[in-house]
Design a protein. Structure first.
Length: 379
């Protein structure tokens, strides 16, 4: 049967533009979908870069003005892969133009912006998703399946860390290409929106809503040169954040995130402890789920190291043969597959803008709590 075209206009050609383009290229080869992604246009301000990007990935055309992209009637969906301060304006305009929207995380600079974006997609009735990709690492999806099957019983604790070390040098500038994550005007926050947001999205998905938080943040390097102006400016982002929180199900949460953990490049770990069972996962060993089941015979009870690579485990039936693992980029392929399956069924996959607004609210509560030194209700 002929596939329905899903014509994509990609805005931005950085790291995430590459990750998403790769996913669009691969998905139809591995998943049987009603829709087929078509790389219709790539858009970025710098003509030479966007041309090279389009040639490399096979985009049929380029634009250097995102508003022109939105005017085109040969584009079904826009993928927003630009710094956070541009998400709101682009997403609202895309919704008004009737485009489907796939937006990079975090949803917005803050909750107020996120609410405007949700109102715009609701009003326009356009399908939408935010790229919180770690939900779709098969081992993490398996954790969700085991929780939904009720294997953990009552949950007591949820713990997560996201540790990196790439901003330790005081000579690293802030702002501009690649380093916009250090510039509060472009990013909105530091590790809270960039790294903790991943942990919070997964946590809410696995363990339900977070109701209150108490947090501390620190900015270790107080001034950095701005890459674009050359001026030394105060650093406005949080370099590190740690928090305690309460979940609506009565469990307690403990999270830490930093870019100053020397030796750790992208160590995202999570652990959940229930009455009957516990689970651990680690991004640096992403195909394994550690599982402890108290119901096991006591003389052989212990942590099981589950290699998530078999055909009956999430997504793995679409890849190679049992025992052969996949990696980081496949989480994006799975996101596209789920989104397109959902689109065909009329229920696009999460996290939607509305789902991601909950993560945004927790991020705002973390920053508020750290600033005021008090517990903050997530609201
Ligand atoms: C930052 O270094 C970063 O690239 C984040 O922006 C991503 O969201 C995260 O997945 C990996 O780290």
């Amino acid at each position: 049967m002929a596939k329905k075209p899903f014509r994509i206009g990609m805005i931005g050609c950085g790291f995430m533009g590459r990750a998403h383009s790769n996913a669009y290229c691969k998905v139809a080869n591995f998943f049987d979908l009603e829709y087929e992604p078509i790389l219709q246009a790539a858009c970025a301000r710098n003509e030479a870069s966007v041309k090279a990007f389009a040639e490399n990935w096979g985009y049929a055309s380029i634009e250097t003005d995102w508003r022109k992209l939105l005017e085109r009637d040969d584009i079904d969906a826009v993928d927003i892969c630009v710094p956070n301060n541009l998400h709101k304006e682009m997403a609202i305009a895309a919704a008004e133009a009737g485009k489907i929207i796939l937006c990079e995380k975090p949803l917005a600079m803050n909750t107020a912006e996120g609410e405007e974006m949700c109102a715009a997609v609701d009003k326009a009735g356009v399908a939408n998703m935010v790229w919180y990709n770690y939900r779709r690492v098969p081992a993490v999806t398996l954790a969700k399946q085991l929780i939904d099957e009720g294997r953990l019983g009552r949950v007591f604790h949820y713990r997560a860390n996201f540790l990196q070390d790439w901003t330790i040098s005081a000579d690293l500038p802030q702002g501009g290409a690649a380093l916009w994550r250090l510039d509060v005007a472009a990013a909105g926050s530091g590790v809270t929106g960039d790294l903790l947001a991943h942990c919070i999205d997964t946590a809410i998905w696995l363990n339900g809503p977070i109701t209150s938080v108490t947090a501390m943040t620190e900015t270790f390097i107080k001034e950095r040169k701005h890459q674009l102006t050359g001026e030394v400016q105060a650093v406005g982002i949080d370099d590190a954040a740690a928090l305690l929180c309460r979940f609506a199900n009565g469990s307690l949460g403990l999270f830490e995130s930093t870019r100053y953990a020397r030796g750790h490049k992208a160590l995202y770990t999570l652990e959940i402890n229930g009455e009957n069972a516990s689970m651990q996962w680690d991004l640096e060993d992403l195909h394994r789920l550690q599982y402890f089941d108290h119901a096991d015979d006591s003389i052989i009870r212990g942590w099981r190291n589950v290699h998530v690579s078999d055909g009956d485990q999430p997504y793995m039936g679409n890849w190679w043969v049992p025992g052969l693992q996949i990696g980081y980029e496949h989480s994006f392929v799975h996101a596209v597959a789920d989104f397109l399956k959902g689109l065909a069924a009329g229920v696009p996959a999460g996290p939607t803008f509305r789902d991601s607004l909950e993560t945004q609210k927790v991020c705002d509560a973390i920053l508020k709590s750290a600033q005021e030194g008090v517990w903050v209700d997530v609201g």
